[in-house]
Design a protein around this ligand. Structure first.
Ligand SMILES: Nc1ncnc2c1ncn2[C@@H]1O[C@H](COP(=O)(O)O)[C@@H](O)[C@H]1O
Ligand SMILES: O=P(O)(O)OC[C@H]1O[C@H](OP(=O)(O)OP(=O)(O)O)[C@H](O)[C@@H]1O
Ligand SMILES: [Mg+2]
Ligand SMILES: [Mg+2]
Length: 338
């Protein structure tokens, strides 16, 4: 592996971090800017890197159109723009494109779109005739705006990387979730994928949790936003079931999955997901008592009214900060996760 200059290797649970050197702050070719979608996360990433977020003016005109100006020279700089395309997804996507365009026109050397949550990812294929593949359309828009590369976390489906014809680094929130769970020292764990799309993710998660056994829920959707769980493949009776998913949106998948696992004899049920999309009635469903704990990350900011007693929010700022630094240093990103 390419060792990073002046770095200290830290093995943090399942994640390898190399703590950026102090002189990074003086390396003024790396610039970090935040859109409006998740400023607290962007601040944390900047703190990890030991730099300040770049100055930017971002506002709406009276008619709702977006005005944006980068407030310092970025000529010849490697610019990282942090913007999850979460709700309101169209506004945040547009804002990201405007940021990219502004940076391109300001002669940035390289523009990386850092997209902790990639919206429109579930529209990753045509599930019926005459539909759009909106995940691909969003990729085209981001690329055409002038992004040179993308850094994203836990895509709904990994093939979305291939919707971009520019370098793409795909990172995972799982080390943060796994380290948290491992510290709880739960016994007799079975990791559960709540649907077919989550099997590879749950299998990798189980492997890192002391090779825990895997179970899979057979989930169907008769209509948009309506999840129906049919049965569990695997043994969950008497065990601590850990549901692992990429996102929780309306909470139907997780709540129905948890109810089924309880019915099949699971002793307790935990839910882990990277992206807390939390559309109504997620909060009600998740806090109804079916789940011991719901563990998510801060790729999407969580509104005060969407917080509940069983919710734990973990930060992925170190994963993103480390990945940004490694990209900047032309070092391996995948080796963070070995
Ligand atoms: N943002 C979305 N919310 C809910 N459902 C969505 C969204 N985008 C696309 N979809 C629909 O989800 C299914 C995906 O098919 P799976 O086989 O469950 O992966 C499809 O009906 C999309 O139209
Ligand atoms: O909280 P909810 O409103 O239930 O939505 C979240 C679920 O929807 C997506 O799965 P999808 O239905 O696309 O199935 P897949 O993972 O098998 O593709 C996502 O991966 C979650 O499992
Ligand atoms: Mg899907
Ligand atoms: Mg799913």
């Amino acid at each position: 592996m390419n060792m990073l200059r002046g770095s200290v290797v830290i093995r943090s649970g399942t994640l390898t971090l190399q703590s950026p050197p102090a002189e990074l702050a003086a390396n003024n070719r790396l610039r970090l800017f935040a859109g409006s979608a998740n400023c607290p996360l962007a601040q944390e990433v900047a703190a990890y890197l030991g730099i300040e977020l770049g100055p930017i003016v971002l506002k709406q005109f009276a008619d709702g159109e977006i005005y944006l100006q980068i407030q310092e020279s970025i000529r010849g700089c490697d610019v990282y723009l942090i913007q999850p395309t979460c709700r309101p997804v169209n506004d945040h996507l547009m804002e990201l494109m405007i940021m990219i365009d502004a940076c391109r026109r300001a002669s940035a050397r390289q523009i990386t779109a850092v997209i902790p949550y990639y919206g429109y990812a579930r529209a990753d294929r045509k599930t019926a005739g005459r539909e759009s593949i909106t995940a691909k359309l969003a990729a085209n828009l981001i690329t055409e705006s002038g992004a040179n590369r993308v850094l994203a976390m836990d895509l709904h489906s990994a093939q979305i990387q291939g919707y971009f014809d520019i370098p793409f680094d795909h990172v995972y929130g799982s080390p943060v979730l796994i380290d948290y769970l491992a510290n709880k020292q739960l016994s007799d764990i079975v990791v559960v994928s709540p649907d077919v799309g989550g099997v590879a993710r749950a299998r990798a998660f189980a492997k890192k949790l002391d090779d825990a056994p895997l179970a899979i829920i057979d989930k169907r959707r008769q209509a948009h936003n309506v999840a129906e769980v049919l049965n569990v493949i695997g043994d969950v009776a008497g065990k601590t079931a850990v549901l692992v998913d990429d996102m929780i949106d309306t909470g139907g998948t997780i709540a129905q999955g948890a109810a089924l696992l309880r019915k099949e004899g699971a002793r307790q049920v935990y839910a882990c997901a990277t992206h807390a999309v939390f559309s109504p009635p997620a909060t009600e469903r998740l806090s109804s008592g079916l789940l011991e704990e719901v563990i998510v990350t801060n790729t999407i900011p969580i509104r005060e009214e969407d917080r509940f007693e069983q919710l734990t929010v973990l930060s992925v700022a170190n994963v993103l900060g480390e990945a940004i630094w490694r990209i900047h240093e032309d070092s391996s990103v995948s080796s963070m996760f070995r």
